[in-house]
Design a binder for this molecule. Sequence first.
Ligand code: ADP
Ligand code: MG
Length: 346
Amino acid sequence: MFENKNRTEAGELGEFGLIDHLTKDTILYNKSSLKGIGDDAAIINTGKGKVSVVSTDMLIEGVHFDLSYMPLRHLGYKAVVVNLSDICAMNARPEQILLSIAASNRFSLEAMEELYSGIHLACKHYKVDLVGGDTSTSHKGLMLSLTAIGSADENKISYRNTAGQTDLLCVTGDLGGAYVGYQLLEREKRIFLEKPDFQPDLEGNDYILQRQLKPEARIDVIDMLNTLGIKPSSMIDISDGLASEVHHLCKQSNIGMVVYEDKLPIDSQTFEKAREFNLDPMICALNGGEDYELLFTIAQTDYDKIKGNPDITVIGHCTEPAAGINVVTKAGNTFPLKAQGWQAFS
Ligand code: ADP
Ligand code: MG
């Protein structure tokens, strides 16, 4: 079909390199397209100072989820959450979703109903409306594609490329739990495959399992920031891991950053379980994906408004770009922060 002798593997570029390569010549023909590719969601002018916020995500069986431990109801819920999180990352409130699904004949009507029970539950929980989608068969496996739509005042939108060099770096909730939950589920699956009569030992790990199987989108934080009178100077959601998202903010805002390891919020269950797996809890917090927390920067003058807030932790600060992107360890040593991320594409 493509008779090109110099065949290049698309995977060689990595996910972000591939997106950049394929979209670098994109032209926006409509004035209403205020922000196209490059942020958590696109921003579309709807007039009178209002904007629509639109984002889409795909979830593919065997790549993004494993049905041997992911109940279909949870999958439906998580698929919605992942998309709502991208709308929140623009400092907007999600209002509608569209859901397209392709399933092989391995999936019965009952199985699909189970999936939709999770989707409806998320819609009810977040007061979001399912307004459309598409249905198809697939030769193999299950694929979901979701689009979320939100709305906001244009002047409230937080982009990735507007952080200031003296701003503070903040994160919501805690980090690394989803990754450690994933490690636990993978371990139990491996044991189960070797000994099918084995009963999984998941007791006492509710928090990290919930972080992996039933994450939440931080709409509560968007409302709280609004109440506190804070507009983040930049924001992104944590899907690929903190370090990777820090790099996105720095690259797009042309700044440097310092992250303090001892400031990273880590739940005690995440910490203990990581240790049990011989994993460094700090590395889990920096590079584990799928936390769906919000990472944002604020002006120093806003610090008093978030001081002592149990949902928000200041984990570092922005710097001039020449200072680079660094992490200060507990021992006080400074290292360049590597963005390993969650390379779903590789
Ligand atoms: P997120 O992790 O927040 O979902 P991604 O890393 O998937 O964001 O995407 C980064 C940006 O690139 C987004 O603006 C997204 O809409 C855009 N993008 C991703 N894939 C494509 C594609 N195949 N064509 C056009 N734009 C894309
Ligand atoms: Mg995102």
